[in-house]
Design a protein around this ligand. Sequence first.
Ligand code: ADP
Length: 547
Amino acid sequence: TSAAREEPLPVLPPDVDRPTFNAAIQELREGLGEEWVVLNTEELDDGWYMEHPNTHDAHHVFPPWDLVSSGVCYPSSTADVQLIVRWANKYLIPIHPISLGRNFGYGGAAPRVRGSLIIDLGKRMNRVLKLDGENCSALLEPGVTYFSLWETIRASGLDLWVDVPDLGGGSVLGNACDRGVGYTPYGDHWANHCGLEVVLPTGEIVRTGMGALPGKEGEDNPTWQSFQYGYGPFLDGIFSQSNYGIVTTMGVWLMPATQHTSYMLTFAEEESYPEIMSLIRPLAINKVLGNVPQLRHAIQELTITGLSRASIWDQPGSVPPEVVRKEVAKLPCGECSWVFYGTVYGPAAFRAQQLKTIKRQFFQLPGTRLFLPSDVPSTHYLHSRALVCSGQPVLRELNWLAWVPNGAHVAFSPICPTGGEHVKKLYEMCKRRCKEFGLDFFPTLCVASREAHVIVELVYDKSSPSSKHAAYTCIRTLIADAARAGYGEYRTHLVFSDQVAGTYNWNGGALMKLNERLKDALDPRGVLSPGRNGIWPRRFRDKGWEM
Ligand code: ADP
């Protein structure tokens, strides 16, 4: 449904009338300070990556007023977060925490329930609480970005890396809680977190892992950032991709800097990707591939230069493959269909041996070529990749938004076993649907040991309702197609979260039933991010909210 914009602002949360809302806001202002509660009463501004809005999703696939907050509040401490949570319980006003609220392609800062109050944790809670050069770890507040952590480490003189995702402006804590990935050997962000402090939906604070055991004389436990599990059930998992708590502090492991060489392999034949994946699998499982490498369709060599689609093709529908091929051939990678970006780590002799093995494996495919950074111009993407793969945040990946005017993106991100036949099935499914909806297809496979995150970013013109509709419908269709074949997403934009959660329905939806029992036990008044990841609290359930 498209919400009318004519109503008075701010938009209200469900079942709260304006006088009650105004009184509640007044009370919250008294608790936090007048200037730290800001109502959403202006025209929405999408900004850009570094100046993104915390009111709505800048990459809207629906009209932006459909998924919008009533306002934003800015806590300065865990105690402030407790105050906000208790306030929300009193007035039944849904609250939605964000760390930075970038979360591009997955919903940005938007709440799932219109009129929720955003808790912007990042603005004032942005300290690196601890940086430990010997344990190689840090303790962070939500507002610490990849850039700011990197700068803090540089300033400290320590030689540690920050594992960064494609773009460096996000929250280290927020990205880990949403199970994002990066590209050094520490690329699985959730696997490399160690210890949480969480405010529960009813306002209590808990520490997980060794943090539950008090340190000497009230200090933090000395092993909080050294051992993930502590004693008893390992509960950290329920605070990732959920709405069971607000994470106010997180420990993270940092990789000591090491020598590295990034490289690019190019493959000639479009149809060879199942074989490429079959060659990658044993190298990944044996950890000959040092990081999370990416296999990208060659069209991305074009888009990453910031090229617009209009400059190579002026017709509607997907750009024909022969046009893509001709344009790719003009680039440093030369004529090719796929590019593979990888990095090897360690002393020179190690790296030389690993590269030898990698070459021997991939050169079984005729037409394969290897490029080192010294083989390509200084502006080539391989140099940005070398930075990302050695823990330096960059913004280069934003370039491909220039593909269409008012470029926005939304991702279809299924998980695929690394076997060639699975990849082929998913790839053909996505290619067919993208063509059907007139969209260009930019597949990237991020390969961990036994699975690949298949990231299909759809780039659309957010000023055009038909372009948005095509992207939206294409993803909806793909989620259903993939689930029928047994494949599911690892993460999704909030408008698809009910659908994706609904595909994880083995044994009569036993997993969601468990999620709902947890939700009702932890959040009996249903205030924390209702609907996030498809989990609805009792008071919202079966009332037409799911979509
Ligand atoms: P980014 O770090 O990319 O800017 P966000 O801050 O938007 O991303 O966080 C990504 C997702 O994780 C959002 O859906 C948000 O609701 C959730 N999230 C972020 N920070 C927290 C937190 N501290 N506690 C609980 N959930 C969080």
